[in-house]
Design a protein around this ligand. Structure first.
Ligand SMILES: Cc1cc2nc3c(=O)[nH]c(=O)nc-3n(C[C@H](O)[C@H](O)[C@H](O)COP(=O)(O)OP(=O)(O)OC[C@H]3O[C@@H](n4cnc5c(N)ncnc54)[C@H](O)[C@@H]3O)c2cc1C
Length: 347
């Protein structure tokens, strides 16, 4: 974001975020990329401790009453680190939007306040195994039973699921209603009986805690509905503001770092070979953001393939056959002794 768009306050905040990003251990990015860390709990807690979360929200709930622009300026700096970390930064903004706009005082106190302070982590459960584009075609159901709802169904690609204490879940409450009034949103705590599994061999955005959720007769107190029955569509449309804004801001951060990193790249013969070696594996495995370290290896590594002249090692990890995951190649490009990534070049 151009500095002239920023207030003095936002500029200071942006600098603070850049400093924060520069202090995030490089090893964290490497471990996330290698699937050794699936949810970087400390990173989110550190963001909260630095008062960088939920900037737009009311001070009453721990926010700072700042503008969208300020929050996006911060996120742009966090985006330099990785897609996964910028997604995790975004979650209190996205989930917070629903709670802030539509939650009761009690819900705000219990959930909004705690995600801003880093005491609790949240995630948004929208996408289903059948697909995510057709929001109103959701098949997860919530049936009223006295003073609770019984939830059944599955959600997938839920970023932050691995660490989340509660989920904002969209479920069908009235199959016969017009689609835009057929869905409701519920605050569902993990401890209410949500089963969560890490089932993915992601090609990128690793370490963001993306998980699959299973609801089998999960009992949710009726007071955990957000707004009223049938208001899920309205909430969804509101949540799409931060959803889109945060996606864009994070990506701008990444793009800036990529451009700087590519300029820093020394296009000698060695580097060219490294790039060609990397491209050769792309049909089978897309390099991740963090994986772009292969392209940024310093010159002194010498000729050869991506890791000090050795062949690409194969990954032994098998993903559950039930989910049709292929045995994937996991070259050690991110863990080599000379590995650098785009954020290191940028920061
Ligand atoms: C970085 C990232 C983070 C995410 N985080 C979350 C999260 O936290 N929580 C969550 O619930 N989900 C999350 N998602 C999932 C996201 O919401 C879905 O990927 C999205 O809704 C699209 O759904 P889908 O991937 O199932 O694709 P599908 O809906 O299966 O669509 C596949 C393709 O078909 C096209 N298509 C679909 N319908 C039609 C049509 N009628 N006509 C023509 N073309 C069509 C789509 O454009 C797309 O190209 C995340 C995704 C990403 C990439």
């Amino acid at each position: 974001m151009y500095d002239f768009l920023l207030s003095d306050e936002a500029k200071i905040l942006k600098q603070k975020a850049r400093k924060f990003a520069s202090e995030v251990p490089h090893q964290l990015l490497i471990d996330m990329d290698a699937d050794k860390i699936q949810f970087p709990t400390q990173f989110v807690k550190d963001l909260a401790d630095a008062h960088l979360l939920g900037l737009r929200f009311d001070k009453k709930y721990g926010g700072q009453n700042l503008s969208w622009v300020s929050e996006m300026a911060v996120l742009e700096e966090i985006g330099v680190l990785s897609m996964a970390l910028s997604c995790l930064y975004s979650l209190p903004s996205i989930c917070g939007e629903a709670l802030n706009e539509f939650g009761t005082d009690k819900q705000k106190e219990k959930y909004l306040r705690t995600i801003i302070s880093g005491e609790k982590f949240c995630a948004e459960a929208l996408t289903e195994p059948r697909g995510g584009s057709d929001f109103y075609g959701a098949t997860t159901t919530a049936v009223k039973d006295g003073d609770q709802y019984i939830l059944n169904g599955e959600k997938r690609f839920v970023v932050g699921a691995e660490g989340a204490d509660f989920f904002l879940v969209y479920a069908k409450t009235d199959k016969n209603a017009p689609s835009y009034k057929s869905i409701s949103m519920f605050i569902v705590e993990r401890d209410m009986g949500v089963e969560e599994k890490y089932v993915y061999g992601l090609m990128g955005t690793r370490g963001g805690g993306a998980g699959r959720l299973y609801f089998k007769d999960v009992q949710v107190p009726a007071e955990n509905i957000v707004l009223s029955e049938g208001d899920g569509g309205r909430i969804f449309n509101q949540m799409m503001y931060p959803e889109r804004m945060t996606s864009a801001a994070g990506v701008i951060g990444m793009a800036k770092a990529s451009i700087k990193a590519s300029r820093a790249l020394d296009f000698d013969a060695t580097a060219t070979r490294v790039i060609l070696g990397t491209l050769a594996i792309l049909p089978r495995r897309t390099t991740s953001w963090n994986g772009c370290v292969a392209l940024l290896r310093p010159k002194e590594v010498g000729p050869g393939r991506a890791v000090g002249g050795q062949s690409m090692p194969r990954c032994n990890r098998r993903f559950p056959a039930a989910h049709n995951h292929r045995r994937t190649h996991r070259p050690e490009i991110a863990t080599g002794p000379h590995a650098r990534n785009c954020s290191q070049v940028y920061l």
